[in-house]
Ligand binder design. Structure first.
Ligand code: HEC
Ligand code: HEC
Length: 345
């Protein structure tokens, strides 16, 4: 029996072993069934490149509630037509499943929308990492002319007419509405979007039956091909920048002209070395967030995996192996009360 909860008893005394065993049974069931606890990998699996997701703590429930109401509030956009949730559908995986999103005035964006789930674990925000954290990130879409095309003074003017909102706001922050506090509450809500207790995380925490044999084979392939050199850690991505097209030229073979957004992290650093590099995306919800890649050019997960093997690893992967990797990726989807899980086949 492995202990899987973080409050692991220290040195064990023989006399206490019976007691400890029953405690471990108890903590095991807490870790597996309570959605807010942190799963700790069993000893055997603690050196894996992938680790269980953990929630951001502590968080303020009142701020989360206010931030959630702002996330769904179209008054954050210039013409009151779209909210954050218009492009980040929380029920469906935190994206809009479009190649490029549609902003205010039906203008089309230039880059694929990533999920808003689990982003507090990423080393920075956006594909090119131009926002250091979620607080910096929030102003991006609000002021982006291709997205919400608004400004904080404009938003504050609109929200000032809403007495309910002001009452809710003043139960947390003092005084009049301030951009910094609105941003703080949205960031707090974003930090609460962690998809916990995925079958794969339960497997890591020694529940050997939590995933199928197919998924276990898929995970072995994922590691042996070298996918986990880049997609790793608790978010299975999000912790490094990597070039798109290490072993072959993705952009010339794509067949469409190179755009400014294709330059990736170079746009932030102006360092030649950073051309075509992107924050490695998280694969936690990849089964829900088609289409794929920063350019949204790839419609299916099968094709994304084929291209990854080819461009990042210089290998061709068989379709049987791709299916096993997909069986593995399906086990990475955890639970969150905003997310509707797809029916299992
Ligand atoms: C018009 C569609 C649209 C709207 C509205 C929108 N987003 Fe986004 N969001 C995107 C796109 C596209 C990106 C990727 C931009 C980039 O990387 O350059 C993105 C990126 C993000 C990221 C970064 C995720 C990561 O892994 O890097 C977060 C977090 C996020 N949005 C949250 C929000 C919040 C909060 C709001 C509301 C204030 C919002 N978005 C409004 C389309 C949208
Ligand atoms: C050298 C680093 C590296 C390796 C190795 C790698 N990837 Fe990636 N992966 C990336 C980067 C960078 C992106 C984003 C590329 C882009 O958007 O242009 C990405 C994107 C993806 C996506 C699309 C995610 C999304 O939300 O758009 C999937 C799926 C994926 N990788 C799976 C895999 C699999 C499976 C393997 C192994 C066969 C693998 N990757 C190997 C770096 C890597």
């Amino acid at each position: 029996m492995h202990l899987v909860y973080k409050h692991q008893p220290g040195k064990q005394h023989l006399e206490l072993s019976v007691l400890l065993f029953s405690i471990s049974l108890l903590t095991f069931s807490t870790a597996v069934f309570a959605s807010h606890t942190r799963l700790i990998p069993s000893e055997a699996l603690s050196n894996e490149p992938i680790q269980p997701l953990y929630s951001h703590e502590p968080l303020d429930p009142k701020k989360i509630k206010l931030g959630r109401s702002l996330f769904f509030n179209p008054r954050l956009s210039r013409d009151n037509s779209i909210s954050c949730a218009s492009c980040h559908h929380l029920k469906k995986g935190g994206t809009d499943n479009q190649r490029f999103s549609t902003g205010v005035g039906r203008v089309t964006g230039k880059i694929n929308a990533p999920t808003v789930y689990n982003t507090h674990l990423n080393l920075a925000q956006f594909w090119d990492g131009r926002a250091h954290n979620l607080t910096e990130q929030v102003s991006g879409p609000v002021e982006n002319p291709l997205e919400m095309a608004s400004s904080w003074p404009e938003i504050i003017q609109k929200l000032s007419l809403d007495n309910n909102f002001i009452r809710q706001y003043q139960s947390i922050y003092n005084g009049e509405l301030k951009a910094r506090n609105l941003i703080n509450s949205i960031a707090e809500f974003e930090k609460s979007l962690t998809t916990l207790n995925a079958p794969f995380d339960r497997y890591l925490a020694s529940d050997n039956k939590a995933i199928s044999q197919q998924a276990k084979k898929g995970y072995a392939i994922f590691k042996s091909y070298g996918c986990s050199a880049c997609h790793q850690g608790a978010n299975i991505g999000g912790n490094m920048y990597q070039k798109m097209g290490i072993m072959a030229d993705y952009f010339s073979e794509r067949g469409t002209a190179i755009t400014e957004t294709d330059l990736g992290r170079y746009n932030v650093t102006k360092d030649e070395y950073d051309k075509y590099t992107f924050k490695v995306p998280s694969l936690r919800l990849a089964v829900l967030t088609a289409p794929y890649f920063h350019d949204g050019s790839v419609k299916t997960l099968e094709s994304a995996i084929n291209k990854m093997a080819h461009y990042q690893l210089g290998r061709e992967i068989s379709s049987a192996e791709v299916q096993l990797v997909i069986a593995f990726l399906k086990t990475l989807v955890g639970k969150h009360k905003e997310l509707t899980l797809p029916a299992t086949e």
